[in-house]
Ligand binder design. Structure first.
Ligand SMILES: Cc1cc2nc3c(=O)[nH]c(=O)nc-3n(C[C@H](O)[C@H](O)[C@H](O)COP(=O)(O)OP(=O)(O)OC[C@H]3O[C@@H](n4cnc5c(N)ncnc54)[C@H](O)[C@@H]3O)c2cc1C
Length: 358
């Protein structure tokens, strides 16, 4: 086998897709301990907005935005939905907003009443401004990941329910041992494990990266949004209110600060302190909705120390590559993560001038 990808989340599947596109003759297998899109990708809110806090993340954002747009042209039935987007922030944040948003987002200050006209329940508090930005979309990430995996099969192999138990880099190949008792040999291996950074199979290889798993909480509000209701991003709090008409409810995501969680131990669901923290933030903007936050989704994601995704070789020969730690933005940056991973694997055919080639 030429390349094995470990982990069938949105990152692993898009990496497999990029490898297959650049090198159609190669043999690629994706090894997944559970099923396609059952990790962080299953719980993702799937929001893409045209923002990046560093120059590299803005470049990755722009690339990924183009990629998803082109993908939808190729496969119009994919569950990716355009949304209008507004930002609410303190008036003093305007310079920072302009710096972190893509130029093509066309950030523009608007009358705060625009929110109500657009069908949003958000009332901006005194002293805050409202801006509009273009390029926002959200996806049903698990459905999208499964659709992309289906398209890759059977040329790309998928081993579901097969856990990788050891990764042994060698000078001419990498050996993977699996929970089924098999041994796989691949020329190169990509680890796309999402928040499973400390799996014994690769902990020693991945630990030097310094990536950490942080809990993410997104609450559900059981009220049907208008079909065209906009996304509202609360810039200063790093939170957002996302209408999910396809699911019949709203979602509110805020920044939870619980670090070094174990993805296999997050079984308690939404806790009282999660509800309290979320309601405190949402209550400033939409008190009626805040009172209705009673349930949601709780999981975690991998975060890097640099606030940028990590795509790195893990062994001296560069045969094992880590791809991930996208800091809670692993859906929206996955196409760029896949392109950078394929570059690192030495596959030609990458984006020219940073533009998506699909
Ligand atoms: C509640 C929530 C909301 C989010 N909202 C957003 C958002 O709005 N926008 C956005 O861009 N991002 C969002 N994210 C982040 C985004 O979902 C993740 O960054 C992304 O899904 C990570 O994809 P991945 O493929 O790297 O990891 P995962 O989807 O976690 O996939 C990793 C896979 O590796 C497998 N695996 C682990 N160990 C082994 C092993 N030993 N052998 C074989 N397979 C193994 C796992 O089973 C898993 O399927 C959110 C995340 C959460 C939890």
């Amino acid at each position: 086998m030429d390349i094995a990808v470990v982990g069938a989340g949105i990152a692993g599947v898009l990496i497999a897709r990029e490898v297959a596109r650049r090198d159609p003759g190669s043999s690629v297998v994706v090894v997944e301990r559970d099923a396609v899109a059952t990790g962080a990708s299953r719980r993702s809110a799937g929001l893409h907005f045209p923002r990046g806090t560093t120059r590299r993340v803005r470049r990755m954002t722009s690339y990924s935005q183009d990629y998803y747009r082109a993908l939808r042209k190729q496969m119009p039935r994919l569950p990716i939905y355009d949304r209008d987007m507004y930002l609410v922030a303190g008036l003093e944040s305007e310079a920072h907003l302009c710096e972190v948003h893509l130029p093509e987002a066309g950030l523009a200050a608007v009358d705060p009443l625009a929110l109500r006209v657009a069908g949003s329940p958000v009332v901006p508090p005194a002293g805050s401004g409202v801006w509009s930005a273009a390029g926002c979309q959200y996806a049903d990430v698990p459905a999208l990941t499964r659709a992309l995996a289906r398209e890759l099969r059977p040329d790309t192999g998928f081993l579901e329910g097969v856990r990788v138990t050891a990764v042994v880099p060698g000078t001419s190949a990498v050996t993977l041992r699996t929970g089924t008792g098999d041994t796989l040999t691949a020329g190169q291996v990509v680890l796309a494990p999402g928040p499973w950074l400390r799996d014994p199979a690769w902990h020693g290889l991945v630990e030097p990266l310094g990536a950490r798993a942080k809990k993410i909480v997104a609450l559900h509000i059981e009220q049907a949004p208008e079909p065209d209701a906009p996304v509202v991003v609360f810039h200063d709090e790093d939170a957002f209110l996302l209408p999910l008409p396809h699911a019949g409810h709203w979602l509110f995501s805020y920044t939870c600060r619980e670090w070094d969680v174990d993805p296999d131990e997050l079984r308690a669901g939404v806790l009282p302190r999660d509800l309290a923290e979320a309601r405190e933030v949402l209550g400033r903007y939409a008190p009626e909705l805040a009172a209705r936050c009673v349930s949601g989704r709780v999981f975690c994601d991998a975060y890097s120390s640099t606030k940028e995704p990590q795509i790195r070789p893990l062994d001296p020969e560069g045969r094992v590559v880590f791809a991930g730690a996208a800091n809670g933005s692993g859906y929206r940056l996955a196409p760029a993560v896949a392109a950078e991973t394929a570059d690192l694997l030495g596959l030609l055919g990458g984006p020219a001038n940073g533009r998506s080639t699909l």
